[in-house]
Design a protein around this ligand. Structure first.
Ligand SMILES: [Zn+2]
Length: 344
């Protein structure tokens, strides 16, 4: 079968790899219908050391179950399914607490014997705990939005949950990438009265405004902080969603949180330490976040996607066939595209 393999920074290839197959009795074999390139795939695209064996890529996909192992109960051949970006058993203590990202028997796609999502098929371990059956056909018009439940929509929602977004409150979203835009959707969905989007790309801001952003701050650094304070009577935002992960964006997020407010961090941190520790201490700012338990949020978000109440699939502004995935990486890396959909 064909799949995406990265051999080093800027070197993504579509290659023939061994066919995905069932190995464990808890596996499902899924034929991929749609997959996506993630912002987090761009970090190795920028920095990966050259590797002779390469690395299988992709962790966001929807598809059709081809076959299941003998222990699998909740999915069957023919089901249309979505997978979160990590696989998990659904039964361990962390899964029961809704933190499937810490599953004691879970793991990542694209390592060991587990395929990456950017390919023709995937062996999904722990299928019962991982996959969610979708009540639509594999070519349904909702597929792009359903696909975002595997990562970006769940991640934006996680930032909003951790930042304690509530009805009537003021929310600031730092970052206008796909996750930040999904953070806007999540904040609006949870009842935020005012949503300040910090970003500077016109097309992304336009989409963010359609998603519910009420104010745009295009300045950066100290000027952005000043602008948010102007917009909030000098108080700052109740809830801040940090959706970038760079040191500057993290500092901005912390500086615009109002006393007693909360910051939900979902941008993959590029620094080891969290800045602004003293000032946020004295303002009683809660700082939290991490990898989103996308699996936990699927059941909550799925009805809204099916009803069309939210349309996170609009973050996909380009789609490519599998053979053109390398150009999809380039386009996202050069910010020509917000997020790239792969149609198989
Ligand atoms: Zn678990």
């Amino acid at each position: 079968m064909r799949a995406t393999v990265m051999y080093g920074a800027g070197d993504v290839r579509i290659e023939i790899v061994p066919d995905a197959r069932l190995i464990e009795p808890t596996d499902a074999l899924v034929t991929v219908a749609r997959a996506a390139i993630c912002g987090s795939d761009l970090w190795p695209y920028k920095t990966m050391e050259r590797s002779d064996n390469g690395r299988r890529m992709g962790h966001e996909f929807v598809g059709v179950v081809e076959a299941v192992g003998t222990d699998v109960q909740t999915v069957k051949a023919g089901d249309v399914v979505v997978s979160p970006f990590l696989w998990s058993d659904g039964t361990c203590v962390f899964c029961q607490e809704g933190l499937q990202t810490e599953c004691l028997h879970g793991g990542r796609y694209g390592s060991d014997d587990v395929d990456g999502g950017q390919g023709e098929a995937v062996r999904v371990p722990q299928a019962d705990g991982t996959l969610v059956v979708l009540p639509v056909g594999a070519d349904d018009a909702l597929m792009p939005s359903l696909l975002t439940l595997s990562d970006v929509m769940g991640t934006g929602h996680h930032a909003a949950v951790v930042a304690d977004v509530r009805p009537g409150k003021t929310v600031a979203v730092v970052g206008d990438g796909a996750v930040g835009l999904c953070g806007v959707i999540a904040a609006k969905r949870l009842g935020a009265e005012r949503i300040i989007l910090l970003g500077s790309h016109p097309d992304r801001i336009a989409l963010g405004t359609e998603f519910g952003a009420t104010d745009i701050v295009s300045e950066r650094g100290d000027e952005a902080v000043e602008r948010v304070h102007e917009l909030t009577h000098g108080l700052g935002a109740h809830s801040v969603l940090e959706c970038v992960g760079l040191e500057e964006s993290t500092l901005t997020a912390l500086q615009i949180a109002r006393p007693g407010g909360a910051v939900g961090r979902v941008g993959l941190p590029q620094e080891d330490s969290v800045p602004d520790a003293i000032a946020t201490f004295f303002r009683n700012v809660t700082i939290g976040g991490g990898p989103a338990p996308a699996r936990a949020y699927m059941e909550e978000l799925l009805p809204d996607v099916l009803e069309g109440t939210i349309e996170p699939g609009r973050v996909f502004d380009r789609s490519v066939p599998l053979d053109e995935v390398p150009d999809g990486y380039r386009a996202m890396n050069e910010r020509e595209a917000i997020k790239v959909l792969i149609e198989l």
